[in-house]
Structure formats: C-alpha cells, structure tokens
Design a protein around this ligand. Sequence first.
Ligand code: ADP
Ligand code: MG
Length: 697
Amino acid sequence: MKNVPEIFGSKVFNDAVMKERLPKDVYKALHKTIDDGEHLQMDLANVLAEAMKNWATENGATHFTHWFQPMTGVTAEKHDSFISPETGGRVMMEFSGKELVKGEPDASSFPSGGLRATFEARGYTAWDPTSYAFIKDDCLCIPTAFCSYSGEALDKKTPLLRSMQALDKQAIRVLRLFGNEDAKRVITTVGPEQEYFLIDTEVYKKRPDLIYTGRTLFGSRPPKGQELDDHYFGKIKPRVKEFMADLDEELWKLGIYAKTEHNEVAPAQHELAPVFSTTNIATDHNQLTMELLKTVAKRHGMTCLLHEKPFAGVNGSGKHNNWSISTDTGVNLLEPGATPSQNAQFLLFLVAVIKAVDEYQGLLRMSVASAGNDHRLGANEAPPAIMSVFIGEELEAVLSSIEEGTDYHDKKKKLMSIGATVLPHIPKDKTDRNRTSPFAFTGNKFEFRSVGSEDSIAGCNIVLNTIVAEALAEYADRLEGAADFDSALSELIHDEVVAHKRILFNGNGYGEEWVEEAQKRGLLNLKSTPEALAQFSVPKNMEVFIKNGVYTETEILARQEILLENYYKTINIEAQTLSMMAKRNIMGAALKYEKALADTIVAKKGASAAISTETEERQLSKMSDLVSDLAKRLDKLSADMAKEDEMTDVAELATYHRETINESMHGVREVVDEMETLIPLDIWPYPTYGQILYSVR
Ligand code: ADP
Ligand code: MG
C-alpha cells in the first residue's frame, strides 16, 4: 500500500516546506509576495534561494531550471547545475537569489511573431512565486514567466496572470457593492479534464504519421469501433491500470491532485481529471500532466497520444475546462446562494458570464483554434464551432421570468416574487447534462468543452478571465453610480437577460437545425482556424485585451502571427508525411499486390485454359485504376505544395493550407483507404486502425 499523504507533494517546495525551512521573517515576506503581489527584496531572495537549494539537493536534485511556457505550446527548460568551482578542484552547490528570481534563456529559438525583431533580441524569465517550485528529473524547476526586455510577453503565463488580475479588480468592485468587505482577492479556479489515447509503442513506431504529426493520416475504419459503447467507463485493462497507478503517484509527488481516471468513449481512449485549483496553478499542472502522461506511458511500453483527432471516424480527444470564480475567503461566486441577496449576486455573476460569451464569442472560439482541433469542432462528437451557453431548464426559466417580469414558480409550485431584494431561490445543481453544449453551467461552475486535448489551457482562460472582467467592469460602472442599488441591480439583470439571451441554447448542439437557428440569431460560426484566428485582431476584441491590461496591440498581432504560422506549418508537415508514406510504401505495396495478382493470372492460365481468372483480372483492373488514381492525386498534392513558395503572407498561407492542401491530402487519403481494404495484411506496410486501437491488451 502506498502512503499517499506522504507521497503527496514530496517533490514540491510548498508552503509546509517553506514554513519549516525559512526564517519567520522571510516566510512572512514571501507570503506578502504570494498573497498580495508585493515585490520580493533581493536579500530575502538570497535566503530563499539557499533554502530551496538545500531542500532540492537533499532530495536528489543536481540542477535547476527556469521552467516556462513559450508560444510553442510545450514547456521549455534549460538546465544549469548548482555546481560552483572551489579551490583544490572541488565544487560547491550554489544558488543565488538572482538566479532564482531572473533567468536569461536564449530567446531567439522561441517563436515571437516578430516581437524580438522590433524590440530586444534577448528575453528573460521571471519567477512566478504563486506557483511552487518542484523537482522533476533531478532538476529544481522554478515556474517562471517569459518576457522580452522591453516587457512584451513571450509566453502564455504572463497574459494569464494579467487576466487574473483584471478579473480580480473588477470582481472586487462588484462584491463591495454587495457590501462584501472581507474578500481581499478574487481568483478564478479551473479543473481541466484531460482525454488521451494509449497505444502500444511497437505499433506506434511503425507509423511515421503518428511519429511526425501525432495523428494517423490514413486508415480505414476498424470492424469494431466505438459502436458498441463498451469501452466507456468499462473495465480498465491491467496494463493500463498499472500505468494509471504509476502516473497518479508521479502526479501526486508533484502536488497535482489527480483524482479520477477512467476509460473514454473510443477504444484505447482514457480520461484523467484533477481536483480544481487556482487557474495559473491548474495551467502549470496541466502542462506537467501532459508531459508525465507521455513519459510514464513510455515506461510501460506504451505511447500516449494527445492529438485532438488521432484517428478519423473515431472520437477525438478534448479537454473540459471547468471554470469558476471564487473569493480568497473560499466563496464560489457561481454557486447559487441560500438567500435572496446571495442569489442576486449569483445572478449578476451568471449574467456577466453570459454577456461575456455573447459579446466575445469570436475570442472564445479563437482561443481553442488549432489545426488539430479543427478535426473535432463541428464534427459529430465535440461541441460545434458555434459558441453558445447552456444553463439548464431551471435557470433558463428563472431568467425568462426576470425578462418578462413575471413570477417564477419553482418545482414545488411555490410562488416567488421577482423583485430587487426578493430574487428567486435558485435550486442547486438541477442541471441536466447537455453534452452537446460548448459552454455549460454545471451547478457551480462553467464547463468549456471545446478546448483541444493538446492545447495549453492558458489560452482559453486568458480569454475567459478578460471578457468576464470586462462585463463586470461595465456592471460596476453602472451600479456604482446608481441612486438606488436594489432597483438598479434589478433593472440591470433584466436588461442583460434581454440583451444576451440569444447566446442561450439548451437544445442539441450537433443538429443541422442549430446551425440554421444560430445564423438567424446572428451568432458566429467559425468553422476553421484561419477564420477563428482573424477574430484576434477585430478592433473590439483587441480593445478588450488592451483596456484590461492583458495584451498590448503589438502582443496581439505577434501572437496572431505565431498561431497562423503554427497552423499552416502543422498542415505542411502532414502533407509532406502523407506524401512520403504514400509515394514509397503504399505505392510499393500496391505494385507488389498487382504483381502477385498478375503472377496468379499467368500461373492459372498456364495450368489450364479452362480455369477462370475473371476474379483476379477484375481485382487487378481495380488495383490498376487505384494506382493510377493515387499517382495523379499525389502529383496534384506535390504541385499544390510547390505553389506555397510564391506566398509570403501568413494569413494567405493559412487559408491556402486550409482550403487547398487539406483538400488534396483528403484526395490522397481516399484512395489509400480504399487500397487498404483490398491489399492483404502481409503486404500492407503499416499497422491498421484495428491493430493500433486494440494494441494494448
Ligand atoms: P463532473 O464529473 O460532473 O463533470 P466533477 O465534480 O467531477 O464534475 O468535476 C469535474 C471537474 O470540475 C473536476 O476537475 C473538478 O475539480 C472541477 N471543478 C469542480 N468545482 C470547480 C470549481 N468551483 N472551479 C473549477 N473547477 C471545478
Ligand atoms: Mg465534465
């Protein structure tokens, strides 16, 4: 039996360790930095660094690194050892406050969207004291933000922290209006549910497409897919169970609250959910979780696929970003209250989120856009590309009674008057689960379901925090100036319900009717990444970031460029990989099969003219057609890829890849998938979907 409480956080320089190891005044000063965002003095940093180093070396660490999240999407680290030369050829283990607080990685190898060209060539990392340092692979990792010398954010953490600050500021203004004087800070909380696939590494190694692109670029559907729904919450295979136990232990050591692990809908698909935490910590932890999923899988001879759509025709993987707003005193502001006044406050925050999603649909959609996620959003499994909010029947009834100024009857048929101070009692957690909604209220939090499995959750939370901060700012402005708070509040909630009800949708988000209905309501339907990314620089969308101090205009344009570039390069690598695989091995297999058929025909004819070769001839003729078709389509793909050289604008390149390259790739895939159903397995050069999806036994 594992001693979980003992394992938990054993590799983290957490509060308990700090309390134990730091002089009282340093510990207190550090808390001022963590809790109130105060600047950390260098002499204190030196004491802290010494304590950190001692703890780290006692726990086996030899190196330290500033751990950060550049725009590449993965985390970056450059390891430095603690050693410092001593006389007599000896070394000392050293770590200074300066090394703790600030680092200077070579920024030039990270994407900056031209930021560094315009500003400073170098970048620096700065410690985020709100996220604990931890040990990974004998290295003390210090969570940091990554900026250019002129202060432009080059990472995902900086804007996330800025967005949390923006929301804090506005939410506190609103709380004060309700007479709340104890809350010092408002934070957002996140619990991301993570989906992934596990396959045997032996089959993985045989698929260059999985190796280079993370997804299969061809493969016909397996005879047994997810039709039987027997995998979902089904019995977990022993090998996977061992993996999960090992993974849990690794996550716990890092202080990550891994809580539930289960099978998902598709064969070989699983899910992991942690207990929620403060958004920036949840974001760090989710990055670590993704990393550990991969490394722990390797130890068990398996490969973890985090791609949003590793297999066509089989459910893809997403991430459910459960998000809420909470005070530092532990009050969840999206929790319906017990008293009418608490409910009025709840309704205001609820309406603020609804308004935010309605007004900035484009930004939310943009925040989950990626080449991988394009295969999910809008397909019949993930939420649609149209943003809408599900709040459940009960709450919707409450909102419409507010809108119409009528009385609301709850289930017990008790009449409730809707007035300023007597807003209805809202029953807790009556939400039916609408799995087709991209943004659903689930009792005391919102679940944003459109996030891609491989994406950092920083992106969507930056947007969520910012747009809700903006809505709250508007409300605070309006209410602070009101002569009579109660009636102003009542009027405000009413007006907001009327203004934003078009974003509320409780029906089937997968249906074609919704697409039509959404269009009538004037909602955006951004089907692909290039269209979604264009939203980043729409004036109103830029303004909300700039006004709330989350991004500068330059940062926005730089990020948009990085994302567009990332998008088309991803598709470009896919096209090259597909082309290579089809030209070499698949064409080769097809020719081999043709030869086998031709040989059979000749042999049969030689044996006796009376034996029919009709079937073989038909098969050969079919193969022959497919081979020439494949050759033609591969030529088209090559020609289309060559045309890219004439383009320089990233937006143009992105659209071209979306429209033309994707289409040509699809053309090649069609023929390959048909060939796969005809060519015998001993000739077919790659593991099939069936062999991959059922490789872990
Ligand atoms: P369900 O299984 O119904 O989706 P759970 O209670 O299991 O809901 O929660 C799913 C995820 O939501 C978990 O990661 C959980 O920690 C997270 N969560 C719960 N409450 C909050 C909250 N207030 N803020 C953010 N995330 C939350
Ligand atoms: Mg959920």
